[in-house]
Design a protein around this ligand. Structure first.
Ligand code: HEM
Length: 150
């Protein structure tokens, strides 16, 4: 009887869930890495976002590796990212207009590097995380006890 071809190994804390997400979204590590690299190429060349990143990041490879782990954790539930993004975004001077441009470049890159289901999946998550990051940094910038801006 013919044996099923062995599945390629996945680097994940939850391999079964990761495989299910890969099947549902058409995403895998190679696509995520292509998305991340192409996205940050655009970000670095962008007149509004480029300087904000350049002021913080001089060695890009560790940042890109961290972002591949982040997106792999978000999209494929591999559990590879262990960080705290909120404090990293404090003091960057990023306003909502910067987040909107970030999202525009992210949507564009997702469409170029991912199948439609995968692109929709990562874009929806990016939009949610951008909103919550923005809210967190706005809140942190307000004096203690000030009413939230609704
Ligand atoms: C205006 C938009 C944004 C700007 C200017 C920005 C800028 C940056 C910068 C400069 C860093 C490096 C910080 C450092 O190492 O000191 C960073 C890290 C990071 N960013 Fe953003 N970012 C933006 C939006 C986002 C969004 C929307 C997400 C998620 C969907 C995100 C996820 C991350 C993560 C996961 C890290 C790594 C944090 C760590 O060190 O663990 N960023 N970002």
């Amino acid at each position: 009887m013919a044996q099923d071809a062995p599945l390629p190994p996945v680097r994940s804390a939850r391999p079964a869930q990761t495989r299910a997400l890969m099947a549902r979204t058409g995403l895998d590590e190679a696509r995520i890495e292509a998305l991340v690299r192409r996205f940050y190429d655009k970000v670095r060349a962008d007149p509004e976002l480029g300087p904000i990143f350049a002021a913080r990041i001089s060695d890009w490879e560790p940042h890109l590796a961290r972002m591949v782990d982040f997106w792999s954790s978000v999209a494929l539930m591999t559990g590879r990212y262990h960080g705290a993004p909120v404090p990293r975004h404090m003091g960057l001077g990023a306003r909502w207009a910067h987040f909107a441009r970030w999202l525009e470049l992210f949507r564009e890159t997702a469409a170029e590097t991912c199948p439609p289901e995968g692109a929709a999946f990562v874009v929806e998550r990016a939009e949610r995380i951008a909103r919550s990051l923005h809210m967190a940094i706005e809140d942190a910038g307000r004096p203690a006890g000030a009413a939230p801006r609704l």
